[in-house]
Ligand binder design. Structure first.
Ligand code: KG4
Ligand code: ZN
Length: 340
């Protein structure tokens, strides 16, 4: 079964070819037009996808050594994401599928991040506690199987990656700032500033806007923190509070739910402190940790193709529907919300 998969929900244009669930090629371009604006500009993102879409899809096919006529299914992210960006991949994908007489499979972006954990890896030991952390989402899920999820908690305001990007903007770092903050934080002292850790209660929700405001106030009150000498200390202290709060919620959930593994995915799953903290929890609770290889943490079409493969394997009804910029994961079949 050969799938041509597309991802264009935000500022990455990506295409992949998967044969029987295995990645044969992956081509990804991160749009550079947003750097000077310090964040993704939706209109520019959509226009840039239009320019890139055909070239990236053709490159993925060429790299995989697959002719268009050999493709059995076309899949594309149809939400959540920026509407103008989603429409490009969606209409390119549906038009291609229609012209070849093959089915089109719409994919949920966060479900794709979730199963990216299995790309080039063993199957996820289930049930699993999965932390999904990206620029737009922070979700804690109990995963019992494909489309058998329980949403345990989510952010009440900013996503974890968003907090990194906003702090980066405050300090004049290039967008997206997560990876650079992670690098600089490793050079600083975590105990330099005691930033607050939000929601230290029994809920499994997250909150990051207060932390971002605390960093802004700190910089305003004492500009010495933005100097190149002190910036690593500021960022190490920020990173400690940001990651610690996520790890505390994972630990709380581990006490409540007996699981066979812990996992994390999404752009922020590339974070060194999050990875080492999760590794420590996996040791403490004596369950394996699954995280995707770095190349599958950020937005990519391999994860989109893999979920399409899983949808077909589990014989989920494949119906085309319009793009859904807002598409809570709870609206996928069989997802429950937790009473916690
Ligand atoms: O999953 P992703 O590529 O796109 C979305 O779906 O949002 O995640 C991008 C986010 C950005 O906010 C970026 O700053 C963050 O992931 N990120 C990181 C790291 N690498 C990327 N955050 C913290 N530490 C990192 N090493
Ligand atoms: Zn993403």
């Amino acid at each position: 079964m050969t799938i041509l998969a597309l991802e264009s929900s935000c500022d990455e244009n990506s295409a992949a070819v998967l044969v029987d669930g295995r990645v044969k090629s992956l081509e990804t371009v991160t749009q550079k037009v947003h750097v000077e604006w310090g964040g993704v500009v939706p209109e520019l993102a959509g226009r840039s996808h239009l320019k890139l879409q055909d070239e990236i899809a053709c490159r993925a096919l060429e790299r995989a050594g697959i002719q268009l006529g050999e493709v059995d299914y076309v899949a594309s992210t149809s939400g959540p994401g920026l509407v103008g960006s989603l429409l490009v991949g969606y209409y390119y994908g549906t038009a291609l599928a229609l012209s070849m007489g093959v089915p089109f499979i719409p994919v949920h972006h966060m479900e794709a991040h979730l199963w990216s954990i299995e790309l080039d890896r063993d199957p996820l030991p289930l049930p699993a506690l999965v932390l999904l952390v990206s620029g737009g989402h922070t979700l804690l899920l109990l995963v019992r199987g494909f489309r058998d999820y329980e949403l345990l908690g989510q952010t009440r305001d900013d996503a974890l990656g968003e907090a990194y990007d906003k702090v980066g903007k405050l300090l004049g770092l290039r967008f997206p700032a997560g990876a650079e903050i992670d690098r600089l934080a490793q050079l600083g002292s975590e105990s330099a500033i005691a930033f607050p850790i939000a929601l230290r209660d029994q809920s499994l929700d997250f909150s990051y806007s207060g932390l971002k405001t605390a960093v802004a106030n700190c910089v305003k009150q004492n500009p010495k923190w933005v100097t190149s000498e002190n910036c690593p200390d500021l960022l190490a202290s920020f990173q400690l509070a940001a990651i610690q709060s996520a790890l505390e919620k994972v630990a709380l959930a581990m006490h409540r739910f007996p699981v066979s593994s812990i996992a994390a995915a999404g752009g922020v799953a590339a974070n060194s402190k999050l990875r080492s903290g999760l590794a420590a929890l996996s040791e403490k609770f004596d369950v394996p940790l699954s995280v995707p290889p770095m190349k599958y943490c950020a937005d990519n079409a391999a994860m989109v193709g893999y979920v399409a493969h899983k949808m077909l394997e589990h014989e989920f009804e494949v119906e085309p529907w319009p793009v859904r910029p807002r598409w809570p994961i709870t609206e996928l079949g069989n997802v429950q919300t937790s009473p916690y």
